[in-house]
Design a protein around this ligand. Structure first.
Ligand code: ZN
Length: 291
């Protein structure tokens, strides 16, 4: 009798452990930029030396927490937050939700704003993201640096969100959610097709109509939960190899220096081209060609 009970208990425990392993694993990667945070409209607000920077880094941390809360509500078992703006040292560690690990600073590697991503993750979320250089009615729009006017891979012009979606796609991880301005949301939907988005502000030239930060947080929390519950509907973003990267720059010295990156060629007055069958080699070149 005792033996039977012990066996039954062992079976139950074993089954619970098995369910916990198969049913509950949901590893989430959150890349957080700052230009697309609620209220932000000016470079001063996202620059370390700017008077209102400390105020907006707090809002940035709170918007990240809203995404974490949404992920937890959807059953996230592990969450990594990658601070990916400027110094990559913006999010306030003690104000960040304790369920997440925080990745800070730049490694210098090709994953850049996606540092830390690998094939063990189940979904990627973007918070505080912005549209690519040259987008109309977009807040603080740019692509990586102020000197890049366009980045394309295989003829597809990409915002940072697109480049980072490709890096996630390389590891077979889909982008499920993005928060930022209206222009970013439209741009990313155009690229990925299916992605849950929350527009926290709408650009009117360089001005913006903003949600209240509290409303943004509610929408982000709900949007992330919805996205992760429906995560089977999102596909990793991929382009077909071989990859042709075309970089358009507006500084002659950068174009001149960039052509000396191994494998790079100058293909125009303001243009550099690099080809490879390996996406991560392309990402290395993308970093190397503008150094
Ligand atoms: Zn940024």
């Amino acid at each position: 009798m005792k033996k039977h009970l012990w066996l039954a208990a062992a079976l139950t425990l074993g089954m619970t452990a098995a369910f916990a392993q198969t049913g509950a694993k949901l590893k989430v990667f959150i890349s957080v930029d700052m230009e697309g945070i609620t209220g932000v409209v000016n470079w001063e607000e996202v620059s370390r030396t700017g008077k209102d920077y400390d105020y907006f880094r707090r809002i940035m941390t709170q918007e990240t927490n809203a995404a974490i809360e949404g992920a937890l509500a959807a059953g996230a078992s592990e969450i990594v937050v990658r601070d990916s703006h400027g110094s990559a040292r913006n999010i306030l560690p003690d104000l960040l939700h304790r369920s997440a690990m925080l990745l800070r600073d730049w490694s210098g590697g090709p994953k850049s704003m996606m540092e830390g991503i690998d094939e063990t993750f189940d979904a990627v979320l973007f918070v505080g993201y912005h549209a690519k250089a040259g987008t109309a009615d977009a807040l603080l729009e740019h692509t990586m640096t102020g000197t890049i006017t366009d980045v394309s891979i295989n003829g597809v012009s990409l915002p940072e969100a697109g480049i980072n979606a490709l890096i996630a796609g390389h590891y077979n991880v889909p982008v499920a959610f993005a928060a930022g301005d209206e222009a970013l949301c439209q741009q990313l939907k155009g690229l990925l097709g299916t992605v849950e988005t929350v527009a926290v502000k709408k650009g009117i030239g360089a001005a913006a109509l903003n949600l209240h930060p509290e409303v943004s947080r509610e929408k982000i929390r709900a949007g992330v939960e919805k996205a992760l519950r429906n995560r089977s509907g999102f596909r990793p973003y991929k382009l077909s190899p071989p990859f042709t990267l075309v970089l358009k720059l507006k500084e002659e010295t950068m174009v001149y220096n960039g052509q000396f990156y191994p494998g790079a060629t100058r293909t125009g007055d303001w243009e550099l081209t690099y080809k490879s069958a390996d996406l991560m080699e392309v990402m290395k070149a993308f970093v190397g060609m503008r150094n």
